[in-house]
Design a protein around this ligand. Structure first.
Ligand SMILES: *[C@@H]1O[C@H](CO)[C@@H](O)[C@H](O)[C@H]1NC(C)=O
Ligand SMILES: *[C@@H]1O[C@H](CO)[C@@H](O)[C@H](O)[C@H]1NC(C)=O
Ligand SMILES: *[C@@H]1O[C@H](CO)[C@@H](O)[C@H](O)[C@H]1NC(C)=O
Ligand SMILES: *[C@@H]1O[C@H](CO)[C@@H](O)[C@H](O)[C@H]1NC(C)=O
Length: 480
């Protein structure tokens, strides 16, 4: 498969590094904003979704307006001190992705690049083609009048992704179908899928995009039979559902690093210290149970951009963005490559008998800024291939993913492990219209049409473009 964008970025490296560091500084306050806006979203309607009701801290430097109808709209303070603290919340996936257009002050905070490894300029822009015929990941979005497979009444949709219910005015984004260039893929057939999955189990493992994805899958399946939630962890991040007539289980496993990580937070969900990431230990939340699943969809990525201290053999090895500590800056690319390689080595040398999908980490679409400084996503239709570029940081993550996965695929074919690349980046990149934007909030402009609300151009509306991910998954399961 050809990737349509150019992965070369070395010449922008230094520029990028500085911006990235400044962006990190800005991240603290923005995360607090995002965190505070993410409380109280879960309507009583969804009884089984009581996300921890973390209240907005009393000393929060944010003025909060609570309109009659529950959701919280937040006024963005203009000049706040920048706390470099990281609230621990699922929405923390909102990471700052520096981009050329963002005029960050050119502070030279670091003298050395936090991006340690020089990524080779040439090579690996190519994904090894799927065995056989059709490349499912190269194609176009074509208009289709049939519309989504389910609607906003699906009880599994979490409120911040329920764009229709939240009052998103346009609906055009619902009427597109992913059309691979060399073949047609049938629409997801929930009945057939459930029949195929009788007495089996799936797990989607990763960060909040995996949770977004599992909601889509469950809603599509729930048109045949309601899923029953049978497990949740304390924070409702890892959950399992069961389809009783089919004895089929679907789990979502919260493991944003896939490796062992200690994340520190106080009762407000505000982290008091850097993530402690063990590069040589896998996260037991998935490792301890993966043999019980016939299918795994694994993903990770964005959390590696966070401030973190890296450990190996329980000893500090270095860090990513920790200027206050006298530690070696290793860069997120270092840890990402290391952990991802470790995970893949582990899997391809396991005697796992099921099917493993590695989902590439999908892009955000903040335009005219980033998520913390007024970036938005106001498009209402897909773009053509190449019209929207992958952001620099994302290119780095992507390059690592493709390199590691190419190696892993070669190993897997030797060891007989069924590993598949689910490369949803190209098709997702063409859907800047698929995000909630301000409609992560319930009717954000009902009371003030100029209300300033936190936008979400990272997660996806449900129903929405990521429903097509399941069309593709089904095709791969049926034929693979
Ligand atoms: C949404 O879907 C449900 C179940 O399929 C159906 O009963 C309901 O009428 C639909 N609602 C709308 C607004 O289309
Ligand atoms: C819409 O897509 C379905 C398959 O997903 C196809 O059968 C149907 O013909 C399409 N309709 C139009 C109007 O293109
Ligand atoms: C249900 O499926 C699980 C595997 O997911 C299996 O262990 C169990 O035996 C099945 N139960 C029945 C009643 O078939
Ligand atoms: C930082 O660490 C290095 C090497 O461990 C040491 O030589 C140096 O004195 C330390 N600097 C400070 C300010 O602690």
């Amino acid at each position: 498969m050809k990737l349509s964008w150019n992965l070369s970025f070395n010449h922008k490296h230094k520029h990028l590094v500085v911006k990235f560091v400044v962006a990190i500084l800005l991240m603290g306050i923005a995360l607090r904003l995002f965190f505070s806006t993410s409380t109280g979203y879960f309507s009583p309607r969804i009884e089984e979704t009581p996300f921890p009701e973390k209240t907005v801290a009393a000393e929060q430097p944010i003025s909060v307006q609570v309109p009659p109808d529950e959701p919280i709209s937040v006024k963005v303070p203009q000049d706040e001190p920048i706390p470099v603290r990281f609230p621990q919340d699922e929405d923390q996936d909102q990471i700052p992705l520096p981009r050329k257009e963002t005029p960050f002050p050119e502070k030279t905070v670091v003298s050395e690049s936090p991006i340690s490894a020089e990524v080779p300029e040439n090579g690996q822009d190519q994904i090894p083609p799927l065995k056989g015929e059709c490349d499912l990941f190269t194609g176009d979005w074509v208009p289709n009048t049939s519309g989504p497979a389910y609607n906003e009444s699906c009880p599994i949709i979490e409120n911040p992704q329920n764009c229709i219910r939240n009052g998103r005015p346009d609906t055009g984004y619902l009427y597109w179908r992913w059309n691979p260039r060399d073949c047609e893929i049938p629409k997801f057939d929930p009945e057939r899928f459930l029949e195929m999955m009788r007495n089996k189990a799936w797990a989607l493992i990763g960060d909040s995009i995996s949770r977004n994805h599992v909601q889509s899958l469950l809603c599509m399946l729930s048109t045949v039979e309601q899923a029953v939630q049978v497990y949740h962890d304390k924070d409702y991040r890892s959950r399992r559902w069961h389809f009783p007539s089919y004895n089929f289980s679907v789990s979502v496993i919260w493991s944003p690093f896939l490796a062992k990580a200690a994340i520190f937070e106080d009762y407000n969900g505000v982290a008091t210290s850097e993530v402690e990431l063990h590069l040589d230990k896998l996260d037991r939340t998935w490792v301890d149970q993966f043999h019980s699943w016939e299918y795994m969809v694994i993903s990770t990525g964005k959390w590696f951009l966070k401030t973190a201290i890296y450990y190996e053999n329980n000893e500090v090895l270095g860090c990513h963005y920790c200027p206050k500590r006298n530690l070696t800056e290793l860069g997120f690319d270092f840890s990402y490559r290391k952990v991802l390689s470790f995970v893949m080595d582990y899997l391809v040398t396991s005697d796992y008998k099921g099917m493993i999908f590695f989902r590439t980490s999908t892009p955000d679409h903040f335009e005219n800024g980033e998520w913390f400084n007024g970036g938005n996503c106001e498009r209402t239709a897909p773009v053509k291939e190449g019209e929207v570029a992958l952001k620099e940081v994302h290119k780095i993550l992507r390059r690592i993913e493709l390199e590691v996965l190419e190696k892993a695929a070669a190993e897997a074919s030797k060891s007989g492990v069924n590993l598949k690349l689910l490369d949803l980046v190209p098709l997702s990149l063409m859907r800047p219209d698929g995000h909630p934007g301000p409609y992560r909030h319930y009717h954000p402009f009902d009371h003030d049409k100029n209300a300033k609300v936190q936008t979400d151009c990272l997660h996806w509306c449900l129903p929405g473009p990521i429903d097509s991910w399941n069309d593709i998954l089904m095709e791969m399961v049926v034929n693979g």
